[in-house]
Design a protein around this ligand. Structure first.
Ligand SMILES: NC(=O)c1ccc[n+]([C@@H]2O[C@H](COP(=O)([O-])OP(=O)(O)OC[C@H]3O[C@@H](n4cnc5c(N)ncnc54)[C@H](O)[C@@H]3O)[C@@H](O)[C@H]2O)c1
Length: 509
């Protein structure tokens, strides 16, 4: 078990503010002793909120393995009836995680203001997998999976007092923060959209940090960043997990400095990604000032539709978008294959990105919830299970469409409306989740693509894709131009497979 040697020091159920104002960080133990009239034998003590009979004790003295409140699970020791609050619970990931965690006995509460439904409607698009209203979702979760979810409609960026009240009422032991606008193209439509996305994302998160400081400083924050924060540095420098490793060195002239522990440079490719970078700094600061603890999760692009819980009943399905603003690439390509639109590659299509299947992402989140950082620790994990060029992905998706579903799939290159490198080195480091938290990917790309085809090919969903097919080819240019992109080239997949073999051959020479 990856977390068996964690101690009460990591546990959100202790009260470090017992006899010591633990949040007075930056003060020396000597200052604290003087201020609080403590004796020479002063040390940090904890009180357990779940086992008050322990009185004051040394938080390092009990491990998760020894504590009866932590129970073994396939994801590590999990705190019994752990209270988790999901911000953005109505979204693609939030809803999936709520059912996933509820099904494993965690006490789930959640917040959403339906922003995502509003944004998608504003663009004239819709989720092609129909989703129920929240009241129906909650009822179905109870009926089908026997999960009670405590939901509150709150705008986290604009209703801080209400969010504070709800957090105070629930006292979550982990807060999973998905409640941001997740779209790069949406943030690039015009000034109004860029400003809106940055306000919603950056200010919502900043307000949350203050609430956590005041109400639940011992809870862990699991905040979703994105691999896109790093950009794709043309130097080929590895994309470390948030910070430089301890042996990284900056060399300039004849001098050298250690870079170990410093945040790595960021190069966000849109105003959306820039909002995530600002979050990164705000969270790292809050951990430093107030000893909050956070996993900042640099998530790759998520794909797929399946967990056992969302598949248990049509009312429990999660959303699935395929339009240019909100669809993620694999999900979009499968939808295109189903209705006969040649799969769209932007520019050369040689961009490389990190990916992870929906179900594997849920596994990662559970492992991180089970392993809270230490007080003051700002921890980063690059959450991907592999990386591919977009061409490779298109070929895989086309082959499955052709061989398994008899679809006549073609691939097209279109003008690239984004400003990004189309050929670049890419070396993401993604070791923390497997090595420190025991993550083992369980879903193969081909398997999840197959499951996605199976769902989307159903007549009702296919019809919903057809209805919104005019939103598939992008019109949102980073330059501000307002026109549909043009097709540069269309090819059959056999041709593309040959080309890719040729490229491989060429690179070997
Ligand atoms: N889906 C991906 O591929 C992916 C990849 C990397 C990072 N992420 C990040 O993961 C998180 C979740 O992504 P998702 O795909 O589930 O997006 P989503 O849009 O489906 O979910 C976000 C949810 O948050 C809610 N929300 C937004 N602003 C809010 C506010 N001010 N108050 C209350 N609720 C609000 C939305 O209504 C929505 O239900 C986002 O932060 C996103 O940036 C997603």
């Amino acid at each position: 078990m990856h977390n068996k040697l964690c101690t009460c020091w990591n546990c959100p159920a202790i009260n470090l503010a017992g006899k010591v104002d633990f949040r007075a960080c930056g003060q020396s133990a000597k200052d604290l002793k003087e201020k609080m009239g403590l004796q020479d034998s002063f040390q940090i003590m904890a009180e357990c909120k779940r086992r008050p009979e322990l009185g004051l004790y040394d938080p390092m003295s009990i491990t998760f393995e020894e504590c009866p409140e932590w129970r073994e699970s396939p994801f590590g020791y999990l705190l019994k009836d752990m209270r988790v609050m999901i911000l953005g619970i109505d979204g693609y990931l939030g809803w999936t995680l709520a059912l996933w965690l509820g099904n494993r006995g965690l006490q789930v509460s959640g917040v959403d203001n339906y922003n995502r439904r509003i944004w998608v409607k504003e663009r004239g698009a819709h989720t092609v997998v129909p989703i129920s209203r929240m009241s129906e979702r909650l009822q179905a979760a109870k009926e089908v999976l026997n999960i009670d979810i405590n939901f509150r409609e709150i705008d986290i960026a604009n209703e801080r007092e209400r969010l504070k009240e709800f957090i105070d009422e629930v006292k979550p032991e982990a807060i999973i923060h998905y409640a941001e606008c997740p779209s790069a193209p949406f943030s690039m439509i015009d000034a109004d959209h860029a400003i809106y996305v940055q306000k919603n994302n950056v200010l919502g998160t900043l307000g949350l940090l203050f609430i956590m400081r005041d109400i639940v400083p011992e809870s862990s924050l699991l905040k979703l960043g994105t691999m896109g924060e790093y950009g794709t540095p043309l130097t080929g420098r590895p994309l470390f997990e948030g910070m430089f490793p301890s042996d990284a060195i900056l060399k300039w002239g004849d001098r050298e400095w250690s870079l170990g522990g410093e945040l790595t440079p960021r190069d966000p490719p849109s105003f959306y990604h820039a909002s995530k970078v600002q979050d990164t700094f705000n969270i790292a600061e809050a951990c430093k000032y107030w000893w909050l603890r956070s996993h900042d999760i640099m998530q790759g692009v998520i794909y797929g539709v399946h967990t056992d819980q969302v598949a248990a009943d049509p009312r429990l399905r999660t959303r699935f978008d395929i339009d240019e603003w909100f669809g993620t690439v694999i999900n979009r390509l499968v939808a295109q294959a189903i209705i006969g639109i040649p799969l769209t590659l932007y520019g050369t299509g040689e961009q490389i990105r990190g990916f992870i299947a929906l179900e594997d992402a849920m596994q990662c989140m559970t492992r991180l919830i089970a392993h809270p950082p230490e007080p003051g620790q700002y921890a980063v994990a690059n959450q991907i299970s592999g990386y591919y060029s977009l061409r490779e992905l298109a070929i895989t998706i086309a082959k499955i469409g052709k061989e398994e579903f008899n679809l006549p799939v073609k691939i097209q290159r279109i003008e690239n409306p984004r400003v990004e490198s189309e050929r670049h080195p890419f070396e993401p480091i993604f070791e923390n989740l497997p090595k420190r938290f025991g993550f083992v990917p369980c879903v193969r790309l081909e398997e999840e693509v197959y499951r996605t085809y199976k769902l989307l090919i159903q007549p009702e969903i296919r019809r919903r894709i057809e209805e919104k097919k005019h939103h598939i080819i992008p019109k949102t240019w980073w330059s501000g131009e307002k026109r549909r992109v043009e097709t540069l080239e269309i090819f059959e997949i056999e041709e593309e497979i040959n080309r890719s073999n040729e490229r491989l051959e060429h690179s070997r020479r």
